[in-house]
Design a protein around this ligand. Sequence first.
Ligand code: ACO
Length: 325
Amino acid sequence: MNAATAVYSRITGTGGYLPQQCVTNAQLAQRVDTSDEWIVTRTGIRERHFAAAGELASDLALRASERALAAAGVSPAEIGLIVVATTTPDVVFPSTACILQRKLGAAGGAAYDIQAVCSGFVYALAQADLAVRAGHCRHALVVGAEVYSRVLDWNDRSTCVLFGDGAGAVVLSAADAPGVLSSHLHADGSHAGILGVPARIDQGRIEGSPFLTMDGNAVFRFAVRVLADVAHEALAANDLQPGDVDWLIPHQANIRIIEATAKKLGLPMARVVVTVDRHANTSAASIPLALDEAVRDGRIRSGQHVLLEGVGGGFTWGAVLLRWH
Ligand code: ACO
């Protein structure tokens, strides 16, 4: 089959990468006025990885992409589209996707970034699915890559303990049976004020704070509501019930948000993939990292329904429902 006859897309390979430096809550507590007990109780986070000085989103993306390409048995030259979801790009421009394309040695296809914060991977996967199904390319590389350690305010203990760095990637390929069953994307810019990095570059100066700011309680309430709503929307679109979900892979922000979402859907936690304890919140990278883990350890098996869903600054939210091949 060639791309022109593709009706569906499916994930043919996954990959993940975490930077070498792993920082436990106890180690953070030497730097910030906090404790392992406070962080674990409020968030479920026990440790996170931080990129080394000079290690950029495209570096993490490269490692994750190489693993996804190897798993798919696809060479960089066969990739017709690269979409990188990131809120912490290497530079203002060129896009991290173009930088990644150069590092992969895969020139020629399309490459661009998507900026939808923690929903970025779900947005990117939905866009790549459309491109593959429309015959624009036979193989797309979809990546979530973040270095949130660069935008954390170490004087704000209510945010700096929550995030980590990492990258996850998938190869999405043309297929004659679905893979991606449906995608559902939403945004409501009127909630922009509860989570952001408000800085902008103006005449050579940075105007506004270049650090992450958040109203944690407002984010919590918003996230639980829309994650349950969009899960129901995705299931209804496919005539499925929550009980038909074999694996829920939500954005990994906080175990309490994940547990509250699972409870609202009536899903046992045994069917939810959780990495937040070891990765913390890696924003656009969290879903592909969790997916990669559950694929590689054999939890996700052929024929199963896998529901990916994210929510993040903007506010943005969305879901992609998969039938695993
Ligand atoms: N260590 C110790 N104490 C802390 C810390 C810390 N790291 N951070 C805050 N505190 C203190 C506060 O100062 C406050 O003290 P006070 O009562 O003396 O003033 C106390 O803990 C309680 O603060 P709250 O903000 O009310 O704590 P809460 O129980 O609401 O938990 C949290 C805060 C964990 C941020 C919670 O609101 C939350 O989970 N929100 C969701 C936010 C989130 O996950 N965002 C991720 C990014 S968004 C996304 O990915 C979608």
